[in-house]
Structures are given as C-alpha cells and as structure tokens.
Design a binder for this molecule. Structure first.
Ligand SMILES: [Zn+2]
Ligand SMILES: [Zn+2]
Length: 336
C-alpha cells in the first residue's frame, strides 16, 4: 500500500508538471504583456504631447503676429527684420510653455523655432521648427513646417503699413475699425511730388486684415458695384503679386518680391456736385490701391494714376475710387 502510494503521488506530480510549466509561461507572458502595454501607452502619451506642442506653436504664432503688428501700429516705427523679431518672440513664448509642461507633467519638451518666412499663402506666415518630446525612455522628434494664418478672428491682426508711412506726416486716426488718414496721406503723397495728392484728404482704409470672399475678383465691378460696396464696407484684402506680404508690411515696405496682398484706399466721398458745391474733385488721382499709393521706392516713381469711378450715390454723397486699367481689369470694372 505504502509503496503504491508513493508511486501514485510521483505519477500525479508528473501529470501536474505540464500544467505548472504552462502556468509559468502564462505568468511570464502576461508580465511582458503589461510591459508592452505600458510602452504603447507611454508612446501614445508622447505623440499626443507632440501634437499639443504643435498646436501651441500655432497659437503662439498668431499671438506674436498680432502683437508685432500692434506694436508697429502704436509706434509707427517699422521693424528692421520682422522675420528675426517674430522668430525670437515666438521662441521666448515657446520656452515658457515647454518649461510649464515639464514642471506640471514631467514631460521633457524641446522646441526650436528655426525660421520664419513668407508663405505661398499671402494670408499666412511660414514657421519652421524642430521639436523633441521625451517621457521616461520614449522619445519623439520631428521637424515641422506650418503655414500659420493671420486671419484668425480670435487674434485680429492690423495692417501696420499705413501707420509707418504716415508717421511723419501727422499720423492716422482709428474710427469704426477703419484707419482714417485726415491730412497725413495727402501730405505724404505731396512730399513725394505725386500729382493730385489732395484727392486723398480724409481718405480711409481697413484696419484689420481680412480676406475678401468675393472670388473671382471680377465680381466687384458687376451688378451696379454691389460686391464692391460690400467688400469696402467689410474692409477686405485681396491677393496680389504686387502688394507686399505681411512680413514686409511690418518692415514698412509698400511692395516686395513675395506674393502678397492689397486693399483699397477710399477717398473721402464727394458731396453732391449738382448742389453747385466747390468740392475739390479730380478726374485723375493716384490709383486707390494701397501698394500703388505706398510704393515710394524709388521716391515718387512707383505711384501711378487712375481714373475716377463713382460706384455709389448715397444720400447726396458720391462714393468714388480712382482706378488704373490693370486694376479695373482685375476687379471687373469698365476700362477707362
Ligand atoms: Zn473684395
Ligand atoms: Zn514680402
């Protein structure tokens, strides 16, 4: 009996052995499984953080474009190198953000703004950066190129150019989200010897850069100028290969080699001529496009004239523009 008992337990041990081995393998498998899972969680954590960082670069860009433009609006003094200035100020802000993330979440973030340049989209600025995110032993690194818009209504960005150009001629005023030139624009044109500069006494132009939705642009001159009227009332800007880009506007350049934008400069309305008024009126004056009026390189020669268009008669007021044939063609007006 005793011997048999030993034999039995030996046999049962042999029978149980595979089960024990299986169990050990299983335990090992689950523990590596857990490790693998935590690696997956960690790397998705890092990837999400890299995405957040990318969004932060975008927001920071918008904030800096706006504040750089607002500074120029305040001082009337152009930036000597807008790309460098935006790059440096974005870097300062990004350093603060990455430090905060490290302090709060223990994630190591690095962000280097490597360059800022004109984008192919005139309503955006190209920002290049390299980022690195590290959490424990998972690291993510990449180079990013972003076209960051200047059109986000949360960060309304003013057109700095008129403030620079008219700074030495009495400056400009702000009224109803428009720039009102008073006598400064006509004085500025006069100082350059431009003919009929007085046509721009009390002229206005939009303050905030907004993109015109009326595309194709030839709509502006059609249907009794209704589109033109809406465009002017809303203060829109148009794409233009002659108009300067946002970055060059910050440097006070009226034209530049980059694909840029243009907006109308609206002469003050004429009070109805039929009432025998002595209103100063011209048939020809500088063309009412900002890059034509602000093209002062070389002095005087860049501004060319346009013929008068009365686009609306409103309560005894005649709303007018002066336009050259190239711009008449672009916006669908009858040629002069
Ligand atoms: Zn328009
Ligand atoms: Zn430019």
């Amino acid at each position: 009996m005793d011997n048999r008992g030993y034999v039995m337990s030996g046999v049962s041990f042999l029978l149980v052995l595979p089960a024990i081995m299986l169990f050990m393998v299983f335990v090992d498998m689950t523990s590596t499984g857990i490790e693998g899972n935590s690696r997956v969680i960690q790397s998705s954590y890092v990837l999400n953080d890299a995405k957040d960082l990318e969004e932060n670069i975008e927001i920071t860009g918008k904030q800096v474009f706006k504040s750089e433009a607002e500074n120029v609006v305040k001082t009337g003094i152009p930036l000597s190198n807008s790309r460098q200035s935006i790059k440096e100020n974005m870097q300062i802000k990004m350093n603060q953000i990455t430090q905060e993330v490290k302090d709060n979440n223990g994630i190591e973030e690095e962000c280097n703004i490597t360059s800022v340049s004109s984008s192919e989209d005139p309503f955006a600025v190209e920002v290049n950066s390299s980022i690195k995110v590290r959490k424990d032993d998972v690291t993510h690194q990449e180079h990013i190129s972003q076209d960051i818009t200047i059109l986000d209504p949360q960060y309304p960005t003013p057109n700095p150019l008129p403030f620079i150009k008219c700074h030495n001629y009495g400056g400009v005023q702000l009224a109803n989200s428009r720039i009102s030139f008073g006598y400064s624009l006509s004085k500025y044109l006069e100082s350059r010897g431009v003919e009929n500069a007085a046509a721009y006494e009390n002229a206005t132009t939009p303050l905030i850069i907004k993109k015109c939705p009326y595309d194709p642009y030839i709509m502006h001159g059609r249907k009794e100028f209704k589109t033109l009227k809406n465009c002017i009332e809303n203060g829109y800007f148009h794409e233009s290969s002659d108009g300067s880009c946002f970055l060059c506007r910050l440097e006070g350049k009226g034209t530049c080699p980059h694909y840029g934008m243009e907006t109308y400069i609206i002469p003050s309305p004429l009070t109805n001529i039929s009432s025998n008024s002595t209103n100063l009126t011209f048939n020809t004056a500088p063309s009412s496009i900002d890059h034509v009026i602000f093209n002062d390189t070389p002095p005087g020669s860049g501004t060319y004239p346009g013929k008068k268009i009365i686009y609306l008669s409103e309560g005894g007021n005649l709303l007018i523009l002066y336009l050259d044939n190239a711009h008449r063609q672009k916006y669908g007006f009858p040629l002069a």
